[in-house]
Design a protein around this ligand. Sequence first.
Ligand SMILES: [Zn+2]
Length: 480
Amino acid sequence: MSANKRPLLFKNGIVLTMDNAHTLHQKGDVLIIDGLIKEVGPNVAAPADAEVIDASGGIIMPGMIDTHRHMWQTAMRGYGADWTLSQYFVWYYLSHGKSFRPQDIYAGNLLAAVEAIDAGVTTCVDWSHGLQTIEHADAAVDALEAVPGRFVLAYGNIQAGPWEWSAKPEFKDFIKRRIDGKGDMLGFQMAFDVPGDPAFPEKAAFEVARELGVGVTTHAGVWGATNDDGIRLMYENGFMNDNTVYVHAATLSDDSYNRIAATGGNASVSTESEQSAGQGYPPTWKLRQHGVEVSLSMDTSVWWSGDLFSAMRTTVGADRSREHLEAHAKKETVSALHMRCEEAVDWATRGGSRALKMDSKIGSLEVGKRGDVVLVKNDDSPVMFPILNPYGHIVMQAQRGDVHTVVIDGKIVKKDHKLVDSKLAAAKKAVSETVEYLQSTMGKETWDAGMHPEIPDTKLNENPYTYTTFDSASADWKKK
Ligand SMILES: [Zn+2]
């Protein structure tokens, strides 16, 4: 993949640079040459051979960064929309997740990768915990390399202990073969959880990460799965550092948040996930009290959509909801909100670049950074006018369909709302084969049952105000 040969100039958009000062240009330009941002600001002169993209009526922002997405699971998009975390665990960990073959990992990753760049997510961490064999890992990378996005393979395997898979010689060989030398386009993390076994068997895996000089990403503070014990073990053994990402970080004590903050870790908040799966309340209101850095993620398309507009919107909503409820509990009223849309945009861009230790390369529109740029513009949509509060507009108004142009590493991958050289057809074909395979190995009954968990009975309260015979608890569709 190479950058556009001609210079690229975004012209006359509202520019959210997301630099440290959050400099905003009401009418600005962004010039990219040879993959790098060369100039940002008003009235940038177009080089003679430049390709000019008219950004008027739109918002130019840095490419968004997702720090935790189980891309392989996109092969079953939407299947678990009504799941809880326990149903997810049973499905992926204990039963059917094991049936994924390397080509199924490829299929899910390919569709997820296309989806990411289409939605303006220019960097995506593939939290890939279905890598049961090296062939699965090769398939994951094959898919990530087939799509012109920036990815980080977070290598994991839920079917074995991290101390087991990370000790195998083929694991290190894989890194040599597939990751080394790929530069900024394909990063690497190790992905595993620390459930709190006092013997701390994960120690060996942390040592491998340290030896390789790679970051660790771990589901931490997940109700019923990981808790303060995991954080304590990591801390006492010296494995908490500024290259560690704590996914969810939802149900932890103040002490654990302090440890994360003091060691420079980053919390990857997946609000849509925490709200419906049950890891704990989306923790941004807590993280703020402890000064923990935040990035955003959407977790898995088995439940949720893979776009960070949704992540920003739900995160702001959850934070404000909590703030109001905390105040109401004290008979108080919130008169000014802590959580601002501007901060959510920061988390979706800079937060990600900081979490991935790539902040000198991506995350903002600044001279010298890589050309990862998103133009949010949709002249046909009433929702994109008027743009009075650009940060608020990105968070509360805009959506993935408004992503007009996406440039990654200086290369146009989406233009005028259309992907360039799209791999979507190939991804659909691969995913269709995976779905067919899973359905046939599982049988229709198991497949259907997995998708529709039974609804527990609702206990009806005594209601003296009865003037209709309609009984909502036993509505027909609920009995299906
Ligand atoms: Zn996850």
